[in-house]
Design a protein around this ligand. Structure first.
Ligand code: FES
Length: 471
């Protein structure tokens, strides 16, 4: 359960005050231990050990307890967790050593030292050891405080594992050459979250790879999400892993999330390139159910490689034009658009060349596109350093040209989510409060490229010298 910002600040304030206080008490104990050892006056020695006893048995216990409780509270209530970051783990180890040292050794040395001082006015070997033990505990506490400030070493393997909702593979079937459709359902058969046409889910695979796939089934059917996956033989292994899934296998998902929503329009032209037909299928179903005029132009390598091609043509006779490249010419998109109504909205998903061609001939207000992969034209642009301010803490960061904004933010806003880190999935979206973002993502639609209220920090940067982010 995440804390509100107000609660987090309260817990953090208590943690800092009581942790620093604990260090201060340890410093006092170092001084008293030295006085107790070095004094030649028995009364002063008794006084030193009495003071040590008071600190050790009362005040130190309270400060240690509050510091530990607020530390655990902060860990559980923030994305830092207890075992997600190495610096948090290191702090727990240091606190563990301090507790062992305090209860197992220094406490006993203080009691023994006081008894000896009262009985004979002399010093015990424990009193000598205390002169070394107390500074050691103070050094461990100081190290924990320094680690909290610098937060070094990044995430643990547990922290790197993306979180998600568990689903089970209900069935997986071949729908075209090298394309499978996989149905993902709740393991107990419960209804899945609602979604709208154009939505996608992040599949978190057993290997830890995260891949985004559009849902191509019917939004009214909440019993399963169905995604079609093209086997990319030269890819990074995600699609191959999905093709190897068997019914009954459990994986995790995040979402659904929709960066490609269907807006109301008097008519639609859908243009699909290969596997890009999948987000368009629920759109077509929705538009057809509402009897709004539409057409689909579907381009592919060959009929065998075009998923759902015959199903679409048979279900919607006269509305679907198939263009397998091995037997037909490429469609003349400009000519098709000349015949389309002037207020027709164009939805397209497919390879970069197809989307670029549409961007040249369709006005941005009527064009809605979804990319498979990041556009190289955007990612190859030169990068300049810029400043960022996190509004909640007024933390100021300078983002050097060789670092992404996301990488810099992760240290200060560990809850920030990311998935593709390529500017395609929309997971890392952050609100911008002031400044002008330089959008290098492929999430924003052509008509949204001037928005200054949002940024996708995995790839985007700043046009202005400074951005203020709602973080
Ligand atoms: S992580 Fe996918 S758009 Fe940023």
């Amino acid at each position: 359960m995440r804390m509100s910002q107000r609660t987090r600040k309260l817990a953090l304030a208590l943690h800092v005050v009581f942790s620093v206080g604990w260090i201060g008490i340890s410093a006092s104990m170092v001084v008293l231990a030295l006085v107790g050892l070095n004094t030649t006056h028995p009364g002063v020695r008794v006084g030193s050990y009495n003071a040590l006893m008071t600190l050790d048995e009362t005040i130190m216990g309270i400060f240690a307890l509050v510091s530990l409780i607020t530390g655990v509270w902060l860990g559980l209530g923030t994305p830092f967790g207890l075992i997600r970051y190495w610096w948090v783990v290191a702090k727990q180890v240091l606190f563990g050593l301090v507790m062992i040292g305090a209860f197992g050794f220094t406490h006993i040395w203080v009691i023994g030292g006081l008894d000896e001082a009262l009985a004979t006015g002399g010093i015990t070997s424990g009193g000598v050891a205390l002169v070394f033990g107390a500074p050691t505990l103070m050094a461990l506490l100081t190290a924990a405080a320094v680690i909290s400030v610098y937060k070094p070493w990044g995430r643990t393997p547990r922290g790197k594992r993306p979180a998600g909702t568990t689903v089970v593979v209900k069935d997986i079937r071949l729908v075209a050459e090298d394309i499978v459709s996989v149905a993902l359902a709740d393991p107990k058969g419960a209804s899945l979250d609602a979604w709208t046409p154009g939505a996608h889910v992040d599949l978190i695979l057993p290997s830890g790879k995260v891949r985004q796939y559009s849902i191509h089934s019917d939004p009214a059917d909440r019993s399963a999400y169905r995604c079609a996956v093209l086997l990319e033989r030269d890819g990074r292994g995600g699609s191959r892993e999905i093709h190897g899934l068997k019914p009954g296998k459990r994986i995790a998902i995040r979402g659904p999330r929709n960066n490609f929503p269907l807006v109301d329009a008097p008519s639609y032209l859908f243009v699909a390139g290969g596997i890009g037909v999948t987000p368009l299928m629920p759109m077509i179903r929705s538009v057809d159910d509402r009897r709004i005029p539409w057409r689909l132009v579907y381009v592919g390598r060959s009929l065998r490689s075009m998923a759902f091609a015959m199903e679409l043509r048979n279900r919607y006779p006269g509305r679907v034009a198939l263009h397998p490249r091995d037997t037909t010419n490429r469609p003349d998109l400009a000519a098709i658009l000349r015949w389309a109504p002037s207020d027709c909205h164009v939805y397209s998903c497919g390879p970069e060349r197809l989307l670029e061609a549409l961007t040249r001939i369709v006005p941005s207000q009527r064009l809605h596109i979804e990319h498979f992969v990041a556009s190289t034209a955007l990612s190859d642009l030169p990068k300049q350093p810029f400043d960022v301010v996190l509004a909640s803490t007024s933390t100021k960061l300078t983002i050097p040209s060789e670092q992404t904004l996301l990488a810099a933010l992760r240290e200060y806003a560990p809850g920030i989510e990311a998935s593709c880190e390529d500017g395609v999935c929309g997971t890392c979206k952050v609100a911008v409060l002031s400044g002008v973002p330089e959008h290098r993502d492929n999430v924003l639609q052509p008509a949204e490229r001037d928005r200054d209220d949002v940024i996708y920090p995995c790839v985007s940067r700043a046009k202005s010298a400074r951005l203020v982010l709602d973080l």
